[in-house]
Design a protein around this ligand. Structure first.
Ligand SMILES: Nc1ncnc2c1ncn2[C@@H]1O[C@H](COP(=O)(O)OP(=O)(O)OP(=O)(O)O)[C@@H](O)[C@H]1O
Ligand SMILES: [Mg+2]
Length: 330
């Protein structure tokens, strides 16, 4: 994340200013940035900015968003490869870029969310396993990502036996929800990236979640997979008395030139009108490129279709869950 560079234009845009306003703030010393680690610009060329500058600018200019009660948002689909990791990590990064305090929890032993955020999960000494099985304080498991405001509970292969280890434990469905209580004053959003499986860990994630995001591909296998997911959510309500606030189905990797994709979208609109987001995420090759570099798509190419669409998804979701209660700025 430290390698992320913002042009003056993009930096101003992220802060909700014009480039002229940014330049004025800097020349009037209302804004004093170190441009730490940035190359000295050639004469006549504008300076570059890094993620540390972004955090400093928000504080100095009083551009921090209102704090909200910690909102736990789970990205889950039992089907693999639907974009849970690509979408959840980009969404989380964008929230942090907007000044929110965000914790990403990588629930998948593949450690892909960790990788997408530039953290090598296999080198992490502790994962969620230590927090919910061994009861190590969650705070000790959290690592910074290098992006101010964006922290991570990393994952690696040691997570692969977590379902078995949860089995004999007391309150085995509630371990994650309970562990999160420890950090509830520290974050505005917790974004959980689930593996494509059904087991006790994902049940824990569902029990901990306020909102469920279900990335789907516009094909009929995804459509059938949803039925199983909704049955699970329903049994959760009946047997464990946990009701989710919102379920958002989001069509990912959409290509309107495919007839099958349009048909699948129509079927989703017909059967899940209350849950389907209007905004779709279009097919975009930049996702693969950005994740291979461990840089979220907003920083890799903020003008890509993927970044644009995730921003629109975020706007639609905020419209549905409501703006944060206006607490005093931290
Ligand atoms: N909108 C998109 N357009 C094009 N490719 C995409 C898009 N979203 C995701 N991908 C690609 O699809 C593949 C699967 O994405 P991703 O790993 O995010 O899915 P996942 O649901 O997390 O997978 P898993 O079930 O294995 O955890 C990746 O190669 C990713 O780069
Ligand atoms: Mg994944």
């Amino acid at each position: 994340m430290e390698s992320i560079r913002y042009s003056a234009r993009r930096f101003a845009q992220v802060l909700g200013m014009t480039p002229q306003e940014l330049a004025r703030a800097e020349s009037s010393h209302a804004l004093e940035l170190e441009h730490a680690g940035m190359p000295v610009p050639a004469p006549g060329k504008p300076a570059l900015y890094g993620v540390a500058d972004l955090a400093a600018a928000r504080t100095q200019l009083g551009k921090l968003p209102a704090r909200r009660l910690m909102r736990r948002q789970l990205f889950l689909n039992f089907k693999g490869g639907t974009g849970k990791t690509s979408v959840s990590t980009s969404y989380a990064f964008r929230l942090a870029e907007m000044g929110h305090r965000v914790l990403v929890i990588d629930l998948d032993s593949q450690g892909h969310a960790s990788k997408c955020l530039g953290v090598a999960g296999e080198e992490s000494t502790a994962t969620l396993f230590d927090a919910i099985i061994k009861k190590q304080p969650l705070k000790e498991v959290i690592v910074p990502t290098g992006m101010p405001g964006l922290d991570l509970v990393p994952s690696n292969l040691s997570m692969s036996t977590i379902d078995l280890s949860l089995m004999p434990l007391a309150a085995r469905e509630f371990r994650l929800r309970n562990a999160l209580k420890e950090v509830e004053n520290q974050y505005d959003y917790v974004v959980l990236d689930a593996p494509p499986s059904f087991g006790l860990l994902n049940l824990n994630a569902l029990m901990a979640a306020n909102d469920l995001f279900v990335p789907v591909l516009a094909d009929f296998l995804s459509f059938h997979g949803l039925k199983l997911l909704f049955e699970t959510v329903q049994s959760l309500e009946e047997d464990l008395e946990h009701v989710l606030d919102h379920i958002f189905i989001v069509i990912n990797a959409y290509n309107a030139t495919y007839k099958i994709a349009k048909e699948a979208r129509e079927a989703l609109e017909k059967h899940y009108p209350d849950f389907l987001l209007k905004q779709v995420i279009r097919q975009c090759t930049k996702f693969a490129q950005s994740s291979s570099e461990g840089i979220p798509i907003f920083a890799y190419d903020s003008e890509s279709k993927g970044a644009e669409d995730i921003q629109s998804v975020l706007d639609e979701v905020v419209g549905r869950i409501g703006e944060p209660v206006k607490l005093k700025l931290a």
